[in-house]
Design a protein around this ligand. Structure first.
Ligand code: HEC
Length: 132
């Protein structure tokens, strides 16, 4: 009885995760190449060339990368009190490419972040005004 419930749960979970996977759009090779370049130039010094971390935390398998909002927001605003500078001066195109690269490298597979998503998050941040 108990076993049946567990199997049912696992089957349910498999169904759920295949539904989620179906919605994920992998970034194009072009976006990944641009993202890799942007990451190497702006992020690797702290997060490691292979995303394994250093002064900043490892991004490989990091649950934060599952959220496109979380990744884009931290790129634009940084995390000043914690040692990460803001990268809001980068273009929406480059931020989208870097966010897509981070979310789809080193075992992460969370799908692309579009330029439109970055633009809308940037607008929300501007509307909210300066944080603490
Ligand atoms: C000067 C070092 C530095 C640079 C450069 C840097 N980061 Fe960070 N980053 C950090 C630190 C430190 C944290 C941890 C902040 C905290 O949560 O305490 C962090 C946190 C993050 C997080 C959240 C991870 C988590 O577990 O909370 C993401 C995602 C991230 N950085 C992505 C990037 C990207 C993408 C770039 C390049 C555009 C970048 N970082 C550049 C230092 C850096």
């Amino acid at each position: 009885m108990r076993k049946a419930v567990i199997i049912g749960g696992a089957a349910g979970l498999a169904l759920l995760s295949s539904a989620v996977v179906a919605q994920v759009t992998a970034p194009t090779a072009e976006v990944m190449t641009a993202g890799q370049r942007g990451f190497a130039q702006n992020c690797a010094v702290c997060h490691g060339a292979e995303g394994g971390g250093g002064a900043g935390p490892s991004l490989a398998g990091n649950p934060v990368t599952a959220s496109s909002l979380g990744v884009v927001q931290i790129i634009i605003q940084g995390y000043l009190n914690h040692g990460m500078p803001p990268f809001g001066h980068l273009s929406d195109d480059l931020i989208a490419a870097i966010a897509s690269y981070v979310r789809n490298s080193w075992g992460n597979a969370h799908g692309e972040v579009t330029v439109a998503t970055v633009a809308s998050i940037r607008a929300d941040i501007a509307a909210a005004g300066p944080g603490e």
